[in-house]
Design a protein around this ligand. Structure first.
Ligand code: MN
Length: 241
């Protein structure tokens, strides 16, 4: 029921955005962040991630980051033309503390969730890391099993809300975690994180798993591996190298 309704709402939103965009001048259009459509149905990741969690996570949480980012960017014309990627390292340079916090939380939230949806897929399409990525995982962590163990530990031990990331740094893979909606692209913002290019990230905010897993974050992380989109992660790895 809600699946179809929400899909229709997405379509309507996209149509409205297109109409509004056409009526706006070019500069304003570039500044407008938009909620990306999910590349699969809301129930496509079940039972590992349930449809209701996906509906609220994407349609409410991610949508709110987009709305609030646009509110902040309306007051930051200098950042108007930047892509979402290029916005991340520019956040440290925002002088007004309240606006910086708004872009950090919501611009980070928008970037983080965008990569999150892209690097997930139905379990039947999860696939496996490409040859070079598999070799890099072995080189950095010893084995795929050791990598998964270390990544899961980073996800489990992030206190409160945040993310664990697999990043490419100086041509090698590393695992880091960030609090709240920070990410490793935020140059000058994340002092305790090795900056690099994230190619995979797991959201460990309670909103990502609470309906299905309650306090059992490790169970969510274990299930999440089943829906990692390895071809997409491999493509990000190849681009980052
Ligand atoms: Mn989230």
């Amino acid at each position: 029921m809600s699946t179809n309704l929400t899909r229709r709402q997405f379509t309507q939103l996209a149509a409205l955005t297109a109409v509004a965009g056409a009526a706006l001048p070019r500069a304003a259009q570039a500044a407008e962040a938009t909620l990306p459509e999910l590349p699969y149905a809301l129930d496509a990741l079940a039972p590992h991630i349930d449809a209701k969690t996906m509906e609220i996570h994407h349609g409410k949480h991610h949508a709110a980051y987009v709305t609030k980012l646009n509110e902040a960017l309306a007051q930051l014309p200098d950042l108007a033309g930047k892509s979402l990627d290029d916005l991340q390292p520019a956040i440290a340079g925002i002088a007004d503390p309240a606006l910086q916090a708004a872009v950090r939380n919501n611009g980070g939230g928008h970037w983080n969730h965008s990569i999150f949806w892209e690097t997930l897929a139905p379990a039947s399409k999860s696939g496996a890391p490409g040859e070079k990525l598999a070799a890099a995982i072995d080189a950095a962590f010893g084995s795929m099993a050791a990598f998964k163990e270390k990544f899961a530990a980073a996800a489990a031990s992030r206190f409160g809300s945040g993310w664990a990331w697999l990043i490419v740094k100086d041509g090698k893979l590393a695992i880091v975690s960030t609090p709240n909606q920070d990410n490793p692209l935020m140059k000058g913002i994340v002092p305790d994180t090795d900056l690099g290019t994230p190619i995979l990230g797991i959201d460990v905010w309670e909103h990502a798993y609470y309906l299905n897993y309650q306090n059992r974050r490790p169970d969510y992380v274990m299930a999440w591996w089943n829906v990692v989109n390895w071809p997409a992660v491999t493509a990000r790895f190849d681009a980052a190298m």
